[in-house]
Write a protein that binds this ligand. Structure first.
Ligand code: DWN
Length: 390
């Protein structure tokens, strides 16, 4: 682990701490039963804001090899996200990819977004460090390099496959420490008239929505529009399209292309004191709710074991006495335990089989999809609720 002392967007040194969740386990480091009594890796979660350009980033950088090589999260765990990324690909391919064009996805996960491209003429390539997910992608016909995207990987792809008409990076820029090398790779790999579509959660939505559970070690950077545009401009890219979307608590999508624009330094500061107060209120309200349910003899489980659940349960110190189990549809998470608080992660079928009284939807960004899918749980008397409102 190392400490980052310069701003990832403008390379300035005027970073100040604005928020801290203290020491936390790695959000996706689900614990095998046989390891429950072993020490788990933890690291501080401290947000720093750049006084010059407003960029927000983690102070501590955990080695990506420790976080991404054997990765539990799968895009295909949500049909709503699958259709979201299918729409993104369809729109971008239609706009930017000629016949026989090349599309490269950085952070391609299980290949589901690339697999959604309906044009057989297009050459597709995924790049993702998770060897387990790269293997899954290949089984559905998506060629995938199981490695981190770097400027050297970009050079070899450009040499062996050709330059790309379209590069997609959805929910991945925030995970990369060396963004200068990333953009050097984009410079190499993207055709002169090519386009890159970047999608990331928007910091303003995180702060205004008290989405503190989206702060974890994988997420090194927390972007607003201006610092991300500044970062792109610093590397010779211009923003040619911008839109906002409701995924992952509120995201923004920027399309960039080669082009020199003057980098604009505009520091957007946030009300971090108010944010901290709301996080503490959210914690006390969750604990009050769970304590009241237990005193009333009600059993409460979690629904969804996203990375967000690890952060929320550890920050709120929710033990297995208040929430004994969580259900999740991801095979690789089932049978393991939540890092730190150790709730057992069961299959969704167990929800009906054991019928707890309440299920707190910890994957709150998928609330509608989950409640519709699990209608039998409600029909049998179960209640869903969100961790922010009770
Ligand atoms: O940045 C990242 C975001 C985009 O995705 C990654 N670093 C990690 C991941 O974050 P997450 O784990 O918070 O993502 P989700 O999509 O909020 O995770 C949802 C979880 O809920 C998954 O484990 C699957 C589960 N789930 C379920 O059990 N039943 C989801 C749905 C929709 C369901 O019906």
């Amino acid at each position: 682990m190392r400490v980052r002392t310069d701003c990832r967007a403008c390379r300035g040194k005027n970073l100040a701490e604005v928020f801290s969740l203290g020491e936390q386990p790695y959000a996706n480091a689900y614990v095998r039963p046989e390891d429950l009594h072993q020490p788990e890796p933890v690291a501080p979660l401290e947000l720093m804001q750049c006084d010059d350009c407003g960029m927000v980033q983690l102070k501590h950088v955990v080695s990506p090899d420790n976080l991404f090589r054997d990765y539990c999260f799968q895009t295909s765990s949500s049909s709503r996200m699958m259709s979201h990324f299918a729409d993104l690909m369809a729109e971008a391919v239609d706009k930017y990819v000629p016949f026989d064009g090349i599309v490269v996805e950085i952070g391609s996960n299980d290949g589901s977004a690339l697999a959604s491209i309906q044009r057989p003429d297009i050459v597709r390539l995924g790049i993702d460090p998770a060897e387990n997910l790269a293997a899954t992608a290949r089984t559905i016909g998506v060629p995938t390099i199981s490695d981190f995207f770097t400027s050297s990987v970009a050079s070899s792809v450009a040499r062996e496959l050709g330059k790309a008409d379209l590069i997609v990076a959805a929910n991945v820029l925030g995970h990369i420490d060396d963004l200068d090398d990333l953009f050097m790779g984009i410079k190499i790999l993207l055709k002169p008239r090519g386009a890159m579509v970047i999608e990331v959660p928007e910091l303003s939505r995180l702060v205004n929505g008290t989405e503190f559970d989206t702060i974890y070690h994988e997420h090194l950077s927390y972007f607003d529009q201006k610092p991300l545009s500044l970062l792109a401009a610093r590397h010779g890219f211009q923003v040619v399209d911008f839109s906002r979307h409701e995924t992952h608590g509120g995201s923004m999508r920027l399309t960039i292309s080669h082009g020199n624009v003057k980098p604009c330094m505009a520091s957007k500061l946030h009300d971090w004191h108010g944010f901290r107060q709301r996080c503490n209120l959210s914690r006390s309200r969750l604990m009050d709710f769970l304590t009241k349910q237990r005193l009333a003899g009600q059993t409460v489980w979690g629904y969804g074991a996203p990375a967000k659940a690890t952060v929320r349960l550890n920050f709120c110190n929710v033990g297995t006495d208040l929430m004994p189990a969580i259900v999740d549809c991801t095979p690789q998470k089932q049978g393991r335990h939540v890092p730190g608080t150790h709730q057992a992660i069961l299959t969704p079928a167990e929800l009906l089989a054991q019928q707890p009284d309440v299920a707190v939807v910890l994957a709150w960004n998928h609330y509608t999809e989950i409640v519709v899918k699990e209608w039998e749980f409600v029909a049998s008397g179960g209640r869903f609720c969100l961790p922010m409102t009770y």
